[in-house]
Design a protein around this ligand. Structure first.
Ligand code: AMP
Length: 436
């Protein structure tokens, strides 16, 4: 059965246009290949590789009865016929380049061939001719696994390509050690956006000197498998030195939203979070960004930062994903001893008890807090750090008077006297359905 395929065309040595035209003519003579259409050819500056002359680039649409690997083999043979030598420098100059960009709607991911071409979205010299041929980037199949990008400039180029292609682009910032909570953010992002990038970066700026930066769980291989399963298009995994090169000093100052609760317990934490997220926003310029409600104060700080700095980005707050026993998923849950793990769902039980009291008509703040505190007091393994009722949304202190709609936030420490205490956070809206 015939398949429509798209081939990227390029040359930057010799008679560039003549070589491209000759390559296309040769392609058209291969049994089982018919060249249907060719975009205009444009001159483009080389990307990466050694210093070299500019390229001429375009895209051809084919109809082919060949399999994708066979078509790739044909392209490689034609490159060799045009005088391209194997084993030259990566991204080095070449008399003819024929890249298999798309093969029907197929997603191929083998050692020799990845389709759609993994760098397609980063390259205006591919996207523009593709659009000339009627292929809209937003309609392209997603890759079989996310493109892993470590270079900030490349990540920016990728996102710019998506944006220029008319895509809604989603950013899901994480510190890795991914779990089903992160997976749900990715699913929501995929429902909202045409392209989704996750980031994995354990951000040193948001850890205090005595905190767990060095021992924060790092599980990249598993994370990549989860991202592939959830259909992420790309994942940005920068080195610390790429995010904060020597001489980096600028920090986002945070204010009212960062006062109290986590802000009191972790003095520079939210400034560090806001700084890295602002940096990620500036690099990726996503249309939407996705954060978990589990870290409610973080969301309040980031909403403020986004508004104050004028990032045109929609922040989406996603519901908290829990274990069957109610414990909110967290990368730090792996630190819990088996006994503490059994005790930890007490946090959610305490919040639920206050929720139930509120649903039954209790509107006095002190009484609602007392219900939750009473539950927490039953669990000696948990040392309560704070329990607060705050205004829904910006988490400002509650005005006196009856509590109609508010957020109850709790943090407790486990293994509090040991060398590595584990702080667990949770929160729940009172006056809203339970999953909100
Ligand atoms: P982290 O990797 O801990 O920085 O978290 C990355 C994002 O995932 C943040 O926006 C978190 O709020 C979110 N997240 C963490 N745990 C959960 C969870 N249990 N349910 C939903 N989102 C979560």
């Amino acid at each position: 059965m015939a398949v429509i395929a798209y081939i990227g065309l390029g040359a930057n040595l010799g008679e560039r246009e003549a070589q491209i035209r000759a390559g296309l003519a040769a392609l058209g003579r291969v049994p089982g290949v018919r060249v249907l259409d060719v975009s205009s050819l444009r001159e483009t500056a080389p990307v990466g590789g050694p210093p070299q002359p500019p390229y001429l680039n375009g895209v051809a649409r084919l109809e082919t009865a060949l399999s994708a690997p066979a078509l790739l083999g044909v392209c490689q043979q034609l490159e060799r016929d045009a005088g391209r030598v194997a084993g030259g420098p990566r991204n080095g100059p070449r008399p003819l380049d024929l890249d298999l960009l798309l093969y029907g709607d197929e997603r191929i991911d083998t050692a020799d061939l990845i389709v759609p071409h993994p760098r397609l979205h980063e390259r205006p010299f591919v996207l523009e001719p593709l659009r000339e041929l009627g292929v809209e980037p937003a309609a392209l199949p997603r890759p079989a696994r996310p493109l892993v990008v470590a270079d900030p400039e490349e990540f920016a180029a990728l996102n710019t390509g998506w944006l220029h292609g008319g895509c809604r682009t989603g950013l899901v910032p994480t510190m890795g050690a991914l779990h089903e909570g992160h997976a749900s953010l990715l699913r929501i992002a995929r429902q909202t956006c045409d392209r989704v990038a996750a980031t994995i970066f354990v951000n040193p700026l948001q850890f205090g000197p005595k905190e767990d930066f060095a021992r924060y769980p790092r599980t990249l291989e598993r994370d990549l498998a989860l991202l592939a399963r959830e259909g992420a298009d790309a994942v940005f995994v920068p080195e610390t030195s790429a995010m904060y090169p020597g001489g980096f000093v600028s920090r986002i100052a945070v204010g009212r939203e960062a006062e109290g609760m986590e802000g009191a317990a972790r003095p520079d934490h939210f400034s560090g979070v806001a700084t890295v997220v602002a940096k990620l926003f500036a690099l990726a310029r996503p249309t939407h960004a996705f954060f978990g409600r589990k870290d409610a104060q973080q969301v309040a700080v980031l909403r403020r930062m986004t508004r104050d700095l004028g990032f045109p980005i929609g922040l989406v707050e996603c519901p908290t994903v829990r274990e069957a026993d109610g414990l909110a998923l967290s990368s730090r849950n792996v630190y819990l001893s088996p006994e503490d793990r059994r005790a930890a769902p007490m946090l959610y039980r305490a919040l639920r008890a206050a929720h139930a009291a509120h649903a039954a008509g209790e509107r006095r703040a002190e009484a609602l807090l007392a219900v939750a505190r009473g539950h927490l007091a039953q669990e000696p393994r948990a040392r309560l750090e704070y329990l607060e009722l705050r205004r829904e949304g910006d988490l400002a202190p509650l005005a006196p008077g009856p509590v109609t709609f508010a957020r109850l936030l709790v943090v407790a420490r486990f293994a509090a006297d040991g060398p590595h205490p584990v702080r667990l956070l949770d929160n729940l809206s009172l006056g809203a359905p339970l999953d909100a």
